[in-house]
Design a protein around this ligand. Structure first.
Ligand SMILES: Cc1cc2nc3c(=O)[nH]c(=O)nc-3n(C[C@H](O)[C@H](O)[C@H](O)COP(=O)(O)OP(=O)(O)OC[C@H]3O[C@@H](n4cnc5c(N)ncnc54)[C@H](O)[C@@H]3O)c2cc1C
Length: 467
C-alpha cells in the first residue's frame, strides 16, 4: 500500500491547473472505474491535468517518489491498463480540445479527446481521420496501439495518419516525435502502446469525406446465414478500398426496426461503410442486399452516425473478455467456423465479429511502424460482454473456445488493443519478428525504470543487454 505524503501532494497542488484526488475525494470512484467492470483497482492518487505543464509536474512527482504511473485516456482498455492499484493515475479526461488546420489537411487532438469529439470537429470541415468505431473510445490508447476504423482499408490505421505527437517522457521532458524529430520514438509510438510516455497532443492527417456516406446495418435470420456469408465473401474478395465491413454473429436486439420474431434470437449481422461515392457503394453492396435481409438499414447516412452505430452495444459497466486474432483470409473453412458460433446462451451484448482489414493498412511496409501483422486481411474478434460475475465462466469459456476454433486460420499475430491477457509472450505476439527487441531498446532509452508499466508492457532492455 502506497503512503501518500500530504506535504508533497500539497506542494504539487500549489502550481497545478487541474485536479488531484485521493481515495476519500468526490469523483475518485468515477475516476478509478473503467469500461470493463471486471477491473476493480484503487490508485493512491488520481491526477487530472489540464495541459502539458500539469502532466510534467505529475510525472516528476511520481518519478521522485518511485511511484508507477497509469495513464487513462478513454478508459476502454479491456485489459484494464488505464487504472492501477496504489500508484498514480494520470486521468486525461480534462485534457481536451481539437484544432483543425483544414489548409494543411491536419487536425490536432489533446491526449484526452474521445473519437466522437474528434469526429464532430473534423466533420465540421468535411474531414475525417480513421478512428474508433465507438464514440467514447479515447484517441490515446487507440492510436498508440494501431487503431482500425471503418475507413481504414481506404486511409490506413489511425497510427498511419499520425503526423506528430507531443510526449512527456518519464524524465518529465516534453518532446515532439515525428518523421523528422525523435524518429525512433515516432516509430515506437505507432503501435508500441503507452510504453514511452504520456502523449499530450496527437497531430493527424485528415481526408475529405462526408458528411454523407453510404453505411449501415443488415440483419439476417440464421436460416439465411450461409447464403448471406457466400454473397459477402464474394464482395470482399475483390472489394475496392472504399469498402469497410464486418460480419457479426449476434443477438437481434428488441428494437422497433427489427421484426418481432427475431427479437432476442441469434442472428447474422453485417456492418457496412463506403468511403466514396454513395451510389458506387450501393452497387458494391447490392449482391448482399439481394439475399433479402430481415433488416436493411444500409443507405446514405451521416459519417458521424456510422461512427456511433455500435454505441448502443458498447456501454461501460459490463464485464468484458475479448480477443483480436489476425486471420490469413476469409475462405470456406473460416466461414464455416464463424457460423458454428451463434450467440445462443450468451448475454445479448456478446458477439463474434469478423473484421475486414487489408487495403491501405496492408500497403504500409512492416518496418515503417512498430505496428505489425498488417498482412492479415481479416480479424476474428470474439467479444464476451455480460453483467453478472456468476456468468464469468460461461463467457470466458466461449471466448477461449472461439479462439481455439480459429487456430488453423490464424497468422499467429494478435491485436494487442483487443487483448485482455498480459505477459511477455502475449506482447511479443503483437509484433512481427525483431520488433520487440527494438521496442525494448527504445523503452530503455525513454523509460528505463518502467514507470509507465500499465500497458501492453515492454520490459526495458538496452541494446546489447539481451541474450
Ligand atoms: C467499446 C470499444 C470499442 C472499440 N473499438 C475499437 C475499434 O473500432 N478499433 C480498434 O482498433 N480498437 C477498438 N477498441 C480497442 C481500443 O483501441 C483500445 O481499448 C484502446 O486502448 C482504447 O484507447 P483508450 O484511450 O480509450 O484506452 P485507455 O484504457 O484509456 O488506455 C489504454 C492504454 O493506452 C494508454 N494511453 C491512453 N492514452 C494515452 C496517452 N495519451 N498517452 C500515453 N498512453 C496513453 C494507457 O495508459 C493504457 O495503457 C475498442 C474498445 C472498446 C472498449
Amino acid at each position: 500500500m502506497t503512503t501518500i505524503e500530504q506535504d508533497a501532494v500539497a506542494a504539487l497542488a500549489e502550481d497545478f491547473g487541474g485536479q488531484l484526488m485521493q481515495p476519500d475525494a468526490t469523483g475518485y470512484h468515477e475516476a478509478r472505474t473503467i469500461y470493463n467492470a471486471m477491473i476493480d483497482r484503487r490508485p493512491a492518487l488520481v491526477v487530472r491535468p489540464t495541459g502539458a505543464a500539469d502532466v510534467i509536474a505529475a510525472v516528476n512527482y511520481a518519478r521522485e517518489r518511485q511511484l508507477p504511473v497509469a495513464v487513462r485516456g478513454g478508459a476502454h482498455s479491456v485489459a484494464g491498463h488505464s487504472t492501477c492499484d496504489d500508484g498514480v493515475l494520470l486521468d486525461l479526461s480534462l485534457l481536451k480540445g481539437v484544432h483543425v488546420d483544414a489548409a494543411n489537411g491536419t487536425a490536432r487532438a489533446a491526449g484526452g479527446v474521445q473519437w466522437g469529439e474528434y469526429d464532430r470537429e473534423t466533420q465540421a470541415f468535411g474531414l475525417v481521420t480513421p478512428g474508433g468505431r465507438v464514440t467514447t473510445t479515447g484517441v490515446g490508447g487507440f492510436t498508440l496501439g494501431g487503431g482500425y476504423g471503418w475507413i481504414s482499408p481506404k486511409y490506413g490505421l489511425t497510427c498511419d495518419n499520425l503526423v506528430s505527437a507531443d510526449v512527456v517522457t518519464a524524465e518529465g521532458q516534453l518532446v515532439t516525435a515525428s518523421e523528422t524529430q525523435n524518429e525512433d520514438l515516432f516509430w515506437g509510438l505507432r503501435g508500441g502502446g503507452g510504453n514511452f510516455g504520456v502523449v499530450t497532443s496527437f497531430e493527424y492527417r485528415t481526408h475529405s469525406l462526408g458528411p454523407i456516406i453510404l453505411g449501415g446495418l443488415l440483419l439476417f435470420p440464421l436460416e439465411q446465414a450461409e447464403e448471406a456469408m457466400a454473397a459477402y465473401a464474394d464482395i470482399v474478395a475483390d472489394a475496392p478500398d472504399e469498402l469497410g465491413t464486418a460480419a457479426a454473429m449476434l443477438t437481434a436486439p428488441p428494437e422497433e426496426f427489427v421484426p418481432q420474431e427475431l427479437h432476442g434470437k441469434p442472428a447474422l449481422g453485417f456492418l457496412v461503410s463506403y468511403a466514396g461515392d454513395p451510389a458506387e457503394g450501393a452497387k458494391v453492396v447490392a449482391p448482399l442486399k439481394a439475399v433479402g435481409p430481415a433488416v436493411d438499414l444500409v443507405g446514405p447516412m451521416p459519417y458521424r452516425a456510422l461512427q456511433a452505430i455500435i454505441d448502443p452495444m458498447a456501454q461501460p459497466g459490463f464485464r468484458n473478455y475479448w480477443r483480436g486474432l489476425h486471420l490469413t483470409g476469409l475462405n470456406e473453412d473460416v466461414v464455416e467456423t464463424f457460423l458454428r458460433f451463434p450467440t445462443e446462451g450468451l448475454s445479448p451484448l456478446s458477439f463474434l465479429i469478423l473484421f475486414q482489414h487489408g487495403g491501405a493498412v496492408a500497403r504500409v511496409p512492416d518496418d515503417a511502424t512498430a505496428f505489425s501483422h498488417r498482412e492479415a486481411t481479416f480479424m476474428a474478434h470474439p467479444i464476451g460482454c455480460w453483467e453478472s460475475p456468476a456468468d464469468d465462466e460461461r463467457h470466458l469459456a466461449w471466448v477461449n473456445e472461439v479462439t481455439d476454433a480459429f487456430e488453423p486460420f490464424r497468422t499467429g499475430g494478435i491485436y494487442l488493443n483487443f487483448t485482455p491477457d498480459s505477459g511477455e509472450d502475449v506482447v511479443r505476439a503483437g509484433f512481427s519478428s525483431g520488433k520487440y527487441e527494438r521496442l525494448a531498446a527504445l523503452k530503455a532509452e525513454y523509460d528505463p525504470d518502467n514507470m509507465f508499466r500499465f500497458n501492453q508492457n515492454i520490459a526495458p532492455m538496452p541494446v546489447g543487454a539481451g541474450a
